[in-house]
Design a protein around this ligand. Structure first.
Ligand code: ADP
Length: 622
């Protein structure tokens, strides 16, 4: 596990919120709804059929019956006969899923009315006319008179044609009807025609009130109820109408709730359900499924928006934190676990009766992995580039050190070789030995200084501050550089405007900084120029100016001059050796002393580099 500061986790959390918002937005789209529905259907198929007891039997006007008794609409006196036979079998109740709004022959209608008047309660179907506006196709009054209730036989498939819910209440004109299956349920439960108790979120059968079987059908969705299908086609026992008319199935109906309706394939009254694979389910069987849902009380409640939104946020945050805290094998394991949970939990909840939109939960998981993953990739890339830069820089530093070391080494090697080969007189010998000693000392100092500045800039070392008298330090630097300046016919001058002040400084590093500025002036100015080193006091600061009338710098060059390894184009083109490190080191030294290094320059006129240092004690002012 990576330990991280909250600042490092903040971008992950920010991305998590963004992913959650985006997922909520995308979750609203029709596309997401379609995939959510596919998951929902998959859960049904995964769960398999539920026990389909509860005494529901379908008397099916199936293909066999139609083959035998002619096409639809079924001959009304045959229907009357069938209902009479069903009545004789003493079912618990009978629901007729056939519209009986049109008259037939007077004799046949009379016959059917008599059959309907039998002893067992009957629920008849009604429906809104398909084309006209809001006209209910109620059974003829002589039929309706004998019905315990009328229930609407409408189905309300989703946009993809799959019937997942039923509108328990259907309004048409002034009239509102409850669903056929709900009316059956009321009669079964309460054996009364008392109205339902209606709350905003549920319906309650009077016999079950106050707290009993609450049917989760909110008013705002026209009392839509998710149908908890008991299984695919023909999950409920079906008896063909032909068998009933043959007198051979009476005993199977006793005490049962009987649905009478059309199941014949050719009749067209078929709708897709989550279980459907090609062939839809007969409308009458869907009513049976609705009643089964009501009877078992195994409701599927859609999760509230608040719960779904919170889940989205939670998933985003957990995914982002996993990405922020873990890496490698653990991260893969965690993400796999989270992914499985995101897929599995909605299924578990589905089995427990809560319908959560599974794809809407996968979305925040996916988008968070995507965004945080991309962010991590960028971060890794940046770190890689940084470390590449560091490696390159240390390679160059190494080259520079090697270059600087080579000069004194050559002198040492040459002198020792002369000593070894030739028998020199004492004074020559002495001279050679002094040279070796001085050069090796210089070499040692060089390595030491290089390492010190490196450690200093890495924050691994403190300055070794001592009170430093600036004038002698500066004239020392000037004198050391004079031979090099003279070789290039450059006039070197050192001016002190009279102030003698001490600063608290690391002598060696300060010397290096000043020497670097002066070396640069000598290196980059053309022969015949003049270079001045001026010391002056400015308020509480001592200022060391190195002024030349060399090539000068453009504003862009001035801006970049203190970057490590930066050299002007002119310097790169010239054969003046350099690595573009001196000024950056000199500036760092000035900053570590609580001062700064400034530059003023005009191309073609010259440059002025100034080291400003805070004064420690003023020894003498004249
Ligand atoms: P180096 O001299 O090794 O290249 P520096 O960091 O000391 O590295 O200088 C960086 C660059 O600044 C030099 O390469 C040169 O282009 C430019 N520069 C420094 N001093 C002067 C100067 N006095 N006049 C003109 N250009 C300068």
């Amino acid at each position: 596990m990576r330990t991280k500061h909250w600042q490092e986790q903040f971008p992950y959390l920010l991305l998590a919120f963004f992913s959650a918002l985006l997922s909520l937005f995308l979750g609203w789209t029709a596309y997401a709804e379609r995939i959510n529905n596919n998951f929902y259907d998959l859960y049904f198929r995964q769960r398999g059929p539920r026990p389909s007891g509860h005494g529901i039997v379908i008397v099916a006007i199936d293909d066999a019956a139609l083959a035998r008794y002619g096409a639809l609409p079924l001959n009304r006196s045959l229907l009357a006969q069938a209902i009479r036979k069903i009545q004789q079998a003493q079912p618990r109740l009978l629901a007729v899923d056939l519209l009986l709004a049109e008259p037939s022959t007077a004799v046949a209608d009379q016959e059917l009315a008599e059959a309907l008047a039998g002893p067992r309660p009957i629920v008849l179907a009604t429906a809104l006319e398909a084309t006209g506006e809001a006209r209910w196709l109620n059974p003829l009054p002589e039929f309706a008179r004998h019905a315990a209730a009328l229930g609407h036989a409408h189905a309300d498939p989703d946009a993809d044609g799959v019937n997942r819910s039923v509108l328990l209440a259907k309004q048409g004109g002034q009239q509102r009807y409850w669903a056929l299956a709900l009316e059956c349920f009321r009669i079964f439960r309460a054996d009364s025609s008392q109205p339902f108790l209606e709350t905003d979120d549920a319906l309650v059968v009077p016999a079950d009130s106050p707290a009993g079987n609450q049917i989760p059908a909110p008013r705002r969705s026209q009392r839509a109820l998710l149908i908890n299908y008991a299984g695919g086609n023909e999950t409920f026992p079906q008896i063909s109408l032909a068998t009933i008319l043959n007198n051979s199935a009476g005993s199977q109906l006793q005490g049962k709730i009987v649905f009478l309706g059309v199941t014949a394939q050719g009749a067209g009254d078929r709708l897709f359900t989550p279980y459907s694979a090609g062939i839809g389910m007969a409308g009458v069987e869907i009513h049976a499924n609705i009643l089964h849902t009501l009877l078992t009380g195994a409701y599927l409640r859609p999760a509230s928006y608040a719960a779904a939104s919170l889940s989205v946020l939670l998933i985003s945050i957990l995914t982002a934190l996993a990405l922020a805290w873990f890496q490698g094998r653990w991260l893969i394991l965690l993400l796999a676990g989270l992914g499985i949970a995101v897929l599995g939990v909605p299924y578990g909840l589905f089995r427990a009766g809560i319908a959560l939109p599974a794809f809407s939960l996968l979305l925040p998981f996916g988008t968070t992995v995507l965004f945080c993953g991309a962010y991590q990739l960028l971060l890794v890339r940046r770190k890689w580039t940084e470390s590449e830069g560091k490696r390159e820089r240390s390679r160059r530093q190494f080259e520079m050190a090697a270059h600087e070391i080579r000069t004194p080494l050559t002198a040492i090697q040459g002198s020792s070789e002369v000593l070894r080969r030739y028998n020199l007189d004492d004074s020559k010998r002495e001279q050679m030995i002094r040279l070796i000693h001085e050069e090796s000392q210089r070499l040692g100092n060089l390595v030491e200084r290089f390492l010190r500045v490196e450690r200093l800039s890495a924050g691994e070392m403190e300055l070794q501050r001592v009170p430093v008298d600036l004038p002698p330090l500066l004239s020392g630097v000037v004198e050391r550089l004079r031979p090099a300046a003279e070789r290039r016919a450059i006039r070197l001058a050192c001016e002190n405007n009279g102030t003698v002040a001490k600063v608290l400084a690391d002598r060696e590093l300060l010397e290096f900084a000043v020497s670097n500025l002066l070396t640069n002036a000598v290196k980059y100015c053309p022969s015949g120029s003049s270079v001045k080193l001026v010391l002056e006091r400015h308020g509480k600061q001592m200022q060391v100016h190195v002024i030349d009338n060399g090539p000068g710098l453009t504003p862009e060059e001035r801006r970049r001059i203190f970057d490590r390894f930066y050299r002007t184009e002119a310097a790169e083109r010239s054969d003046v050796p350099g690595f573009g490190l001196g000024l950056s080191i000199a500036r760092e030294i000035a900053l570590h002393h609580g001062g700064e290094l400034q530059v003023e320059s005009t191309p073609g006129v010259g440059s002025r580099f100034t080291i400003c240092l805070p004064i420690a004690t003023v020894v003498n002012s004249s």
